[in-house]
Every structure is written in structure tokens, then in C-alpha cells.
Ligand binder design. Structure first.
Ligand code: ZN
Length: 217
């Protein structure tokens, strides 16, 4: 997909998927091309995400681009300056006013590119990303590779036991899983993730040694 600079009016692009699906990488790729075209680019991310650096966008494999940490979506409006392109990473950590901010920026003629998780560790939609997907002109779903079976992964499996929705971490706390291999936490009730195929897979997994046991062997 090719995105040029709109002749009049801006737009919103959403890049979303599970962890380790290359969302930040794709965001950086698009922003770098805008920089090469000598467009004025501003990049923001929420301060909650301080995994690697506070003033840079950094992918899990340490590719980086300078960014400004902000606490609230309205800070982006205040700091947008004369940017033609605005990139926002880890957009799921902002409250829903980020949707209005992105709409305002796009309506002011700015190309807005946001990246974030579309589902949380329970496999449930991670607001405000679903709402952003609805109002965006372009949506790209990125896929990771399931660590269990190698299928395209759309879920983020939390591998440490914690009940809070936001637990910032990398491969020590999360791993990508496909729909069939994803195991939702116990608090997610109902039949959302139950299917005959998934149950067969889970039973098969229980018969074979667990990942931890294999690692020790
Ligand atoms: Zn799988």
C-alpha cells in the first residue's frame, strides 16, 4: 500500500496486531520514508512505556527513531507544531480522548500514523484501538509467528501471572500465539475461545511435556 501526502485534508493510518508482530517496525518504516521526502515529522509515545528509552521509538530488536514522551493525548495537540506527519506508538496506553485528538489532527490536514495492540492479554479488544480502527482511512493488521505451532499469531499470551491489564514487558512476560494455541486467563469466561479444534490441540499439549519441562531437559 502506498501512502502519499494528501493534496488536501489529512488521514489516519492504524497499524495493529499482537506483540512481536512488527508494529513499531512498520511505523518506523513509514515515518523514515516521510523524513526522506523532507516532510516535517513529529513522533510521540506515552510515558508509561519506558522499556528501552524515553525519547526514542525502539523496536524489540533495537531499531530506533527519536520520539517525544507525552502523558496525555492533548499534549500531542500542543506539541504538534507545524508537523505534516505525526506518528504515535503504543497508542493503546492512551485514554479514549486520543481518538478525538487523531481526528482533529487529520481534519487539520495531517497524516496521522498510530501503532498499538488491538487485543489485550485476555484476547479482548484493547480500547481505544478498536475505535481508532473504525475512524481510520487505513488499517494494517500485522501478524507475529505463534511460538507453539508456527501459525500467524494474532494474540498476546501473558506468560507470567498478573491480573492488571497493563504490564509493560518484553519476551520475559509475553509471547505471540495463534487463535488455537492462545490460552485465555481463567477470568475470561464463556465460549469465546472454545472450539473443538482448540480443545483437541490443548489436550494434545497436555499429553506432551510442557515448554518449561522441555527447556529443562
Ligand atoms: Zn499456534
Amino acid at each position: 500500500m502506498i501512502h502519499g501526502t494528501p493534496a488536501s485534508g489529512g488521514w489516519i493510518e492504524v497499524i495493529c496486531g499482537s506483540m512481536f508482530s512488527g508494529k513499531t517496525e512498520e511505523l518506523i518504516r513509514r515515518l523514515r520514508r516521510a523524513v526522506i521526502a523532507r516532510q516535517r515529522v513529529a513522533i510521540f509515545k506515552p510515558v508509561v512505556d519506558d522499556r528501552y528509552a524515553v525519547d526514542q521509538l525502539v523496536t524489540h530488536d533495537r531499531v530506533s527513531i527519536p520520539s517525544r514522551p507525552v502523558r496525555h493525548p492533548r499534549d500531542i495537540l500542543e506539541q504538534a507544531g507545524d508537523a505534516q506527519v505525526i506518528g504515535i506508538d503504543e497508542v493503546q496506553f492512551f485514554d479514549r480522548t486520543i481518538v478525538d485528538v487523531c481526528q482533529q489532527l487529520a481534519s487539520a490536514g495531517i497524516r496521522v500514523i498510530v501503532a498499538g495492540l488491538d487485543t489485550d492479554y485476555r484476547g479482548c479488544p484493547f480500547e481505544p484501538v478498536p475505535e481508532l480502527m473504525a475512524v481510520a482511512e487505513y488499517v494494517t493488521k500485522t501478524h507475529a509467528v505463534c511460538v507453539v505451532c508456527g501459525s500467524p499469531a494474532i494474540r498476546t499470551q501473558r506468560v507470567v501471572k498478573r491480573g492488571d491489564r497493563i504490564l509493560v514487558g518484553g519476551s520475559d512476560a509475553y509471547e505471540p500465539r495463534c487463535r488455537a494455541c492462545f490460552e485465555p486467563p481463567e477470568e475470561v469466561s464463556g465460549d469465546l475461545f472454545k472450539s473443538p479444534a482448540n480443545e483437541t490441540k490443548r489436550r494434545a499439549r497436555r499429553r506432551t511435556p510442557g515448554r518449561e519441562e522441555r527447556n529443562e531437559a
